[in-house]
Design a protein around this ligand. Structure first.
Ligand code: IDP
Length: 160
């Protein structure tokens, strides 16, 4: 990985993707996972999880001063979420494109939020906003041993 990425200037990254409680309640789990799978990224972590208040607060600590923060914490802890780690070249920015704008009314059709949501407070899915935050968030949400390194058999059909 490392040598290939240094030669081509392409960086293998990790991102934390989470199906929020509304996505789980609305039966969108399969649909959302499918979009990342079909794109060609590698799933390295996956679990259904009831998020405790403290973890929600740490995950969203940058938004602590916002007026919507208490509601955001209430939303994220209101039911189970699906936690995922995905790996690939440029996966962080690409996943953000697949997810669409924060406000689903601004999100392009074809994106997850564009296709399945109407309000910022119920926008179905989370994706890390930088490679650094991808690593940080995977570290927050997954325990050691829950993220698996593996080689998909189709790898040569996705990257030359
Ligand atoms: P992002 O999820 O697209 O990266 P951020 O600005 O990082 O967007 O906000 C994190 C999450 O906080 C949003 O996905 C959304 O669930 C919630 N949020 C952001 N702004 C608002 C708001 O104005 N009202 C309610 N919830 C908000």
């Amino acid at each position: 990985h490392l040598v290939a990425s240094m030669v081509t200037g392409e960086q293998v990254e990790e991102t934390y993707i989470m199906i929020k409680p509304d996505g789980v309640q609305r039966g969108l789990v399969g649909e959302i996972i499918s979009r990342f799978e079909k794109k060609g990224f590698k799933l390295t972590g996956l679990k259904l999880f009831q998020c405790p208040q403290e973890l929600a607060e740490v995950h969203y600590e940058e938004l602590k001063s916002k007026s919507f923060f208490p509601k955001l914490i209430g939303y994220i802890t209101s039911g189970p979420v699906v936690c995922m780690a995905w790996e690939g070249v440029g996966v962080v920015a690409s996943a953000r494109k697949l997810i669409g704008s924060t406000n689903p009314l601004d999100a392009a059709p074809g994106t997850i939020r564009g296709d399945f949501a109407v309000q910022t407070g119920r926008n179905v899915v989370h994706g890390s906003d930088s490679p650094e935050n991808g690593k940080r968030e995977i570290g927050l949400w997954f325990k050691e041993g829950e993220v698996i390194q593996w080689t998909p058999a189709i790898a040569p059909w996705l990257k030359e």
